[in-house]
Design a protein around this ligand. Structure first.
Ligand SMILES: [Zn+2]
Length: 274
C-alpha cells in the first residue's frame, strides 16, 4: 500500500477534551505520542491536526494545535478552527499569516455553532483563504452531540457558498454522512468542492461489520456517480475512528488501484499546500 496522508485528526492532550469517550471506546490513549506512533505503524507519513471540541462547547485553542504540531517533527500540520465571530476570524487570519506555509487550512463547525457556510461573518476568512489558496473544511452531516443542528451541518448548505465562491477550495468533512449522495452531487457539480471520508465508522455497534460494508458500497456509488475518485480525501478523525478501520473502509471502495492511491494521498496533495 502506498504511503497515506490523513487529512483529519484531532488531539489536544487536555482533560476536558470531548472526544475522550470516543478514544476510550476505541481503547486509545489519545496522546500525541500514541498518535505519532500509530501513524508510523499504519504507513501514514503525514497529516492534518484539527482542534477537538472541549466540554465547554468551545474548540481547543488554535495556538495549542499549532504547538502540538510543532512537536511532531513535520508529521502533523495545523488546520485552524474559525468560530462565527469577527474576533475568531481575525485571529485565524493573523495566525495563518504568522505561520504562512505551515497552517494548511481552516475549519468551520457549522452544526455545532449553528451557522450556515455562506454567513457573511466568514467573508474575510474566505477572502484570505482564496488569496492564499488554503482550503476551508466544514463539518458536515451527523453531529457527535445530540443537540447539534443538522439544518446547519447538512452538506447541501455548501452549494450556495460554492456558487458564490468558485475559487474557494471547500472540503465537506465526513462526506456529509448520512447524506453521502448529496455530497457526491456537490463534488460532481462544483469543481471546487471536495470531501473527506473521516470519522464515518465508529465500531462497537451490533451491526458494525455490515455498516462498514454499507459505507464501502455507498462510497463506491458516490465515485460512480461523480465519474471519478479525484476529490475524495482520506481521513480518520482520530480518535473517533481507528487507523485500521479507516484503511479497511478504503479497501472496500470498489475502484481501481490508482484511484485508491489518489484517495489515500494523491488527492490531498493536490488540495492542500503540502
Ligand atoms: Zn473531526
Amino acid at each position: 500500500m502506498s504511503k497515506i496522508f490523513d487529512a483529519h485528526m484531532h488531539c489536544s492532550e487536555l482533560s476536558e477534551d470531548s472526544l475522550l469517550p470516543f478514544a476510550r471506546a476505541n481503547s486509545l490513549a489519545y496522546t500525541m505520542k500514541e498518535l505519532l506512533g500509530l501513524m508510523e505503524a499504519n504507513d501514514v507519513y503525514s497529516g492534518l491536526l484539527l482542534s477537538p471540541p472541549l466540554s465547554n462547547g468551545l474548540p481547543a485553542p488554535n495556538k495549542r494545535t499549532i504547538d502540538l504540531c510543532t512537536k511532531s517533527k513535520d508529521m502533523l500540520f495545523p488546520v485552524l478552527t474559525a468560530e462565527p465571530s469577527m474576533k475568531s476570524v481575525r485571529e485565524c487570519i493573523e495566525l495563518a499569516k504568522e505561520r504562512r506555509g505551515y497552517v494548511k487550512g481552516f475549519k468551520i463547525r457549522l452544526g455545532y455553532v449553528e451557522v450556515f457556510p455562506d454567513d457573511k461573518i466568514f467573508s474575510l476568512l474566505y477572502d484570505y483563504a482564496e488569496s492564499s489558496d488554503l482550503p476551508v473544511l466544514f463539518h458536515t452531516g451527523d453531529t457527535a452531540t445530540s443537540n447539534g443542528s443538522l439544518k446547519h451541518s447538512h452538506p447541501l448548505g455548501l452549494d450556495s457558498l460554492a456558487n458564490k465562491r468558485e475559487n474557494l477550495k471547500i472540503i465537506a468533512c465526513h462526506f456529509g454522512n448520512p447524506w453521502l449522495m448529496d455530497t457526491a452531487e456537490l463534488l460532481y457539480k462544483h469543481k471546487n468542492v471536495f470531501a473527506d471520508i473521516s470519522g464515518l465508522f465508529a465500531g462497537g455497534a451490533k451491526y458494525s461489520g455490515k455498516y462498514l460494508d454499507y459505507l464501502g458500497q455507498k462510497l463506491s456509488q458516490a465515485v460512480y456517480y461523480i465519474g471519478n475518485a479525484d476529490k475524495i480525501i482520506f481521513g480518520t478523525d482520530y480518535p473517533v475512528e481507528t487507523f485500521p478501520d479507516a484503511i479497511s473502509l478504503v479497501s472496500k471502495i470498489k475502484v481501481e488501484l490508482p484511484d485508491r492511491k489518489k484517495i489515500l494521498s494523491g488527492n490531498a496533495r493536490k488540495v492542500f499546500p503540502i
